[in-house]
Write a protein that binds this ligand. Structure first.
Ligand code: FES
Length: 316
């Protein structure tokens, strides 16, 4: 069976300093071929260095298939990915990225309400550009920013048309999310990406909404239990025919790393989907925030997963 493509070779075409500690990166194919397609709000894993993979939302419009554009804010207290991109990546440098995945299931007819905090706006930029290109005006973006927002040039026509409300939180109150989404309780779609307090407020505001009408995009993983609480189990990797025992101290991901298995890990907290892996025997314990119920029937997010039985078989 042909091996699935896991990464795409690109080259850094442009780096723009947008101020406010944010840079925008444009990647293109080395020979200017089209890149694999993506959906509005999709993201890619960027392979920065061995063992250093980070996930970013694409913010160009999905119809623009000759580039991947993403923006990164320098996180001085972060885990190193943004610092690496800001300090060590240069134009002309090759860069491997994953196939794009995920995306936002926009409501084609009803209202789409986007709520963003700071750089959390990026998945909504590609969504807005996608809707704009199709001549659709069924969306509104509420965007909280500490000081001048970055990236407004990418949605200039939406701003001009009055479909973007910016809240400069250094001078005015933060948006009241319950009020923002309140008008759309009966229909429409709402999505949020931003800091934890914003996500919590959003989750509460849409708690009674059906799953298909809401979307939460996290970029900081929730705090995990320090150790797994399941008893040891056997791990079998069917493609490489290897066995190991997973103990609570080492965990599933730690065991795979100790076996030298190359699983792309980005967030390490079950929110980006970089480490999704097919399973054939288990069942696994799912602790992620990315897989759909139907995807869990044959996939598991190994950075936070475990096994509910005595043996887990992964297609690795
Ligand atoms: S590395 Fe992000 S979900 Fe596992």
């Amino acid at each position: 069976m042909a091996k699935a493509i896991k990464t795409v070779s690109t080259v850094v075409f442009r780096i723009e300093d947008l101020g406010n500690d944010t840079k925008r990166f444009t990647l293109v194919d080395q020979d200017d071929w089209e890149l694999p397609p993506f959906r509005p709000g999709a993201h890619i894993d960027v392979h920065l260095d061995p063992g250093l993979v980070r996930t970013y939302s694409l913010c160009n419009e999905p119809d623009d298939n000759r580039r991947y554009v993403f923006a990164v804010k320098r996180e001085r207290e972060g885990r190193g990915g943004s610092q690496f991109l800001h300090d060590r990546v240069e134009v002309g440098q090759p860069m491997s990225v994953s196939l794009p995945r995920g995306g936002i299931a926009l409501d084609p007819k009803g209202m789409n309400v986007f709520v963003a905090g700071g750089i959390g706006v990026t998945p909504f930029i590609s969504a807005i550009r996608h809707l704009d290109r199709r001549g659709r005006s069924n969306y509104v973006l509420h965007w909280a920013s500490r000081g001048r927002p970055v990236l407004p040039d990418m949605i200039a026509s939406a701003i001009e048309a009055g479909r973007v409300r910016v809240y400069d939180t250094t001078r005015q109150a933060k948006p009241t999310i319950r009020e923002i989404v309140g008008d759309f309780t009966g229909d429409g779609f709402a999505a949020c990406c931003g800091p934890d307090p914003m996500l919590l407020a959003f989750e509460e505001a849409v708690a009674s909404w059906p799953e298909g009408r809401k979307h939460i995009e996290m970029f900081i993983p929730p705090k995990l239990v320090a150790k797994s609480d399941v008893p040891p189990y056997e791990l079998f990797l069917s493609a490489s025919k290897r066995h190991a025992t997973v103990t609570p101290e080492i965990g599933l991901l730690g065991t795979l790393e100790a076996m030298g298995i190359d699983v792309p890990v980005s967030c390490g907290g079950g929110i980006c989907g970089a480490c999704r892996t097919r399973w054939t025997e288990g069942p696994p314990i799912h602790r992620d925030r990315v897989l759909l119920p139907e995807e869990r029937h044959n996939e598991v997010i190994v950075c936070v997963g475990d096994c509910a039985g005595s043996k887990l078989v992964l297609d690795l």
